[in-house]
Design a binder for this molecule. Structure first.
Ligand SMILES: [Cu+2]
Length: 439
């Protein structure tokens, strides 16, 4: 999707989103599958890697843009020498790597990082310990990088493949809410990247098309907490009340803009899932979505018209020695706070409607009698662009389908009172290859 299209769309989406939902519903009852990536990829997970799995992170402050055009002050862990970004970088390592994270703290209070799911974490070479003040009160869940310039080095062996959170273990009620969190992906030794195949885990049926790997990192913001922090004021956490909910640090429609969209300079990660229909020969593997919840309550995420297969949770493959495979099909993906869920999905062209040989079994009304959503090509047939009524803003490129996926707690599908924004994104289903879609 081009930059211009997305900018136009941002202006007009409010009045047209309802129509888009109608359009999207035309494509329900079917299921998703796979896409194209470049370097850096326009869509999909953006991995921050290091040859020796060593990452140098520095706390930074900055601002993000939200769907009501507000901006909010945030904290983040940024790669050394790079500016603030939200969320913090996605750290990708391989199982068995000795991972080293060097944390430099520029903030005026102690910060830290905990690595839930990782065992035997060291801080400056010795096992991490909770921290207490002189009165015996817990001050941090782990060793800290002291305020105003302190540093600490964490290390651990990445034992199991999976999706993990890393986040502040110091005043997490405040610091995680302020943005001190990110995702850690541990890759499996089963991966066969040369053939575009990865596996979420070392065992089980969780192979996926490597180029269709997506992330849905769900978070929340109470802007009054952020404002108080920016002003150096205290904030009464009993008054904590989020007004924004985000995917990968963006609200809709920014959520479907490409990775590194220039107009979202501090929010590099999009969440559009771009795939092709399942094909037993040419596109047999599913896509993978890594769901992560760093909020304070459960988020019932809801990809329309599509079941996913949950293959792992919290870095554990869903199987055991007695029962074997324990993966399961799921419609809404209800992720608890602090959880990660890994889900595979394909999109099946179940009816395979074709204009000549297998037309839709309804009489299509005259276009004057229909309302067109901006994500409707004008034709119900995948891969067909048809005439749009005069004055209609069309956003499709090659007759692709857009299927909405959103947080189904509808009071959260919102940006401080602007409805139908926040945690919503799309699955974009391109026609089978070869097609005329811009890549
Ligand atoms: Cu819905």
């Amino acid at each position: 999707m081009s930059t211009n299209l997305l900018r136009r769309m941002r202006r007009v989406f409010m009045s047209l989103l309802a129509l888009a939902l109608v359009t999207a519903s035309l494509a329900t009852g079917m299921e998703p599958a796979s896409a194209q990536v470049q370097t850096p990829p326009a869509d999909g997970v953006v991995c921050t890697t290091s040859p020796n799995a060593t990452f140098t992170l520095t706390t930074q402050t900055g601002y993000i843009g939200l769907s009501d055009d507000n901006t909010v002050f945030m904290w983040g862990y940024a790669e050394s020498g790079k500016p603030f970004q939200h969320p913090s970088p996605v750290l990708c390592v391989n199982e068995g790597d000795t991972v080293t994270v060097i944390l430099h703290n520029t903030l005026a209070e102690d910060v830290s990082i905990v690595f839930p799911g990782q065992g035997n974490v060291l801080a400056n070479g010795v096992p991490v310990q909770p921290q207490f003040d002189a009165g015996g009160n817990l001050t941090s869940l782990t060793n800290v990088a002291p305020a105003n310039g302190g540093s600490i080095t964490y290390s651990f062996v990445a034992g199991r493949p999976g999706t993990y959170i890393y986040q502040s273990g110091t005043k997490p009620d405040k610091q995680v809410r302020m943005g001190l969190f990110g995702v850690l992906i541990v890759r499996s030794n089963r991966d066969d990247v040369a053939n575009d195949i990865r596996y979420a885990y070392d065992t089980g049926e969780n192979g996926y098309k490597a180029s269709t790997e997506f992330m849905v990192l769900l978070s929340e913001i109470d802007p009054y907490l952020n404002q108080a922090t920016e002003r150096g004021q205290t904030f009464d956490m009993s008054m904590y009340h989020p007004r924004y909910w985000l995917i990968n640090g963006r609200g809709f429609p920014d959520s479907i803009a490409p990775n590194f969209a220039t107009w979202l300079p501090t929010q590099p990660y999009g969440s559009l899932a771009r795939i092709h229909p399942y094909d037993p020969v040419n596109n047999p593997l599913p896509a993978l979505v890594r769901y992560i919840n760093v909020g304070t309550i459960e988020f019932p995420f809801h990809p329309h018209g599509n079941n996913s297969r949950i293959v792992g949770r919290d870095g554990y493959v869903l199987e055991d020695a007695v029962n074997g495979d324990l993966s399961f099909e799921k419609f809404s993906i209800n992720i608890g706070p602090g959880q990660t869920w890994d889900a595979t999905f394909s999109w099946y062209d179940a009816e395979n409607y074709q204009p000549d040989t297998n037309p839709v079994p309804v009489t299509i009304p005259n276009i004057q009698n229909m309302v067109y959503g901006m994500f409707f090509s004008g034709s119900p047939y995948l891969g067909t662009e048809a005439t749009l009524p005069v004055g209609t803003t069309g956003m499709t490129q090659c007759g692709e389908y857009y299927i909405i996926a959103h947080n189904h707690a509808l009071f959260q599908l919102d940006s401080w009172g602007v409805p139908m924004t926040g945690p919503a994104t799309f699955t974009r289903v391109d026609p089978p290859l070869p097609n005329s879609c811009p890549q």
